[in-house]
Design a protein around this ligand. Structure first.
Ligand code: BGC
Length: 376
């Protein structure tokens, strides 16, 4: 195990005195094995001054573990995942990963830029999902650990070649993960291209705030700051309509449990086997703001989600079916985890009324996501 020396002292920035019960923030690393095509992979563990830890693999930018205290100060791992690299390579439903180049679906894997049509791999019939056959969740990123004033941090860099997975332009991407000393997992994504292209990067952790592998998430209380969502067709592609949530099971403007309406006979719930939709964030695009709050009544853990993105996918693990066994031998059954993936809307390249996902040379793509934890 390697250790990276902290550059900051754990003292109150206001008074300069040591914080009570504070731990020294640290970053350690160890091998996570080798990919099937021979690349070495490392696991980095960021520990903040409150004793919380986030472990990140430079294969896929995967958050393999996130240990956060409950209302009694007991730490549990609150993200689903596997023990070994080979399981992530062989069968992961995008557990904890960095999704790119394009998060969520593109209809028939087709889009047009300046009159030229691009065809992506159809890896989720009849669509392209989460960047294709070998998306950013399946590549090895260059990793640089750094200790910052906010907390321990890991910067991941990847250069995606022109034409990789069918997307135009050489794309240089950085994703910086910081476990702040305020118990936030902060993700900052940046990208530049040398040719006009499309991009939509996000994070795909499956959370269970009661602890991973403890059952379903139906009693989690959810508040979504969104008046509207984008309904989908039978292939989970947005129809193009931006619909009001009012009077529907998609209205989470007041705290409501996930399970309260998930089994109602609404057409949209039937299509997706639950919630698997994009909500339109009720804030000015580009500004960082809270878009969602989730509370687990049992443990008291609360997660707020902040982003600069114009929307977010709220997915309730409807495709988990008990066939995957995760860390600690836990079996992941139907709806045993939920994702909130701040992003641009699915299939945006094919909908003129959705915010643009086009990135041009000279521009910088930006997305910031913060998962902020507390307990009550
Ligand atoms: C999608 C789901 C998909 C899951 C991948 C989510 O972002 O919205 O439809 O099944 O990712 O496991």
């Amino acid at each position: 195990m390697k250790s990276f020396a902290p550059l900051v002292a754990v003292v109150s920035l206001v008074t300069g005195t040591p914080l009570m019960n504070a731990a020294e923030p640290s970053i350690t690393s160890k091998s996570f094995g080798t990919t099937t095509n021979g690349k070495k992979v490392t696991l980095y563990t960021l520990s903040n001054s409150k004793g919380a830890t986030a472990t990140i693999s430079n294969y896929g930018g995967i958050v393999t573990s996130l240990k956060i205290p409950d209302r009694n100060g007991n730490f549990s791992d609150i993200v689903l995942g596997f023990k070994t690299l080979s399981e992530y390579e062989a069968k992961s439903p995008y557990f904890g990963c960095l999704v790119g180049r394009y998060g969520n679906r593109i209809a028939a894997g087709k889009f047009t830029l300046d009159g030229k049509t691009y065809q992506l791999a159809i890896n989720n019939k009849p669509n392209s999902l989460h960047g294709g056959l070998k998306g950013f969740d399946k590549v090895v990123w260059e990793a640089t650990p750094l200790m910052t004033k906010q907390g321990p941090s890991l910067k991941l860099t990847y250069i995606s070649k022109d034409g990789e997975e069918g997307y135009p332009g050489t794309l240089t991407v950085t994703a910086t993960y910081t476990l702040t000393n305020k118990n936030e997992l902060k993700l900052v994504y940046r990208a530049k291209t040398d040719k006009k292209t499309i991009i939509n990067l996000t994070q795909h952790s499956y959370f269970n705030l009661a602890g991973q592998g403890t059952g379903d998430i139906l009693d989690h209380l959810v508040t979504l700051k969104a008046d509207r969502f984008t309904p989908v067709d039978k292939n989970l592609i947005p129809t193009g309509r931006i619909a009001s949530v009012k009077g529907t099971p998609f209205d989470f403007r007041k705290p409501t449990t996930i399970g309260a309406r998930i089994n109602e006979k609404a057409e949209q719930l039937k299509i997706a086997k639950g919630y698997d939709h994009n909500w339109v964030a009720a804030k000015l695009s580009g500004q960082l703001g809270v878009v969602a709050t989730v509370e687990d009544p049992k443990s008291g853990r609360v997660m707020e989600v902040l982003t600069t993105a114009p929307g977010f996918q709220f997915y309730t693990g409807n495709f988990l079916d008990g066939t995957l066994t995760g860390k600690g031998g836990k079996i992941y059954n139907f709806r045993n985890g939920f994702c909130i993936e701040p992003q641009h809307y699915p299939d945006s390249p094919n909908h003129k009324n959705f915010p643009t996902v086009v990135l041009k040379p000279g521009q910088t793509y930006k997305n910031t996501i913060i998962y902020r934890f507390s307990a009550k």
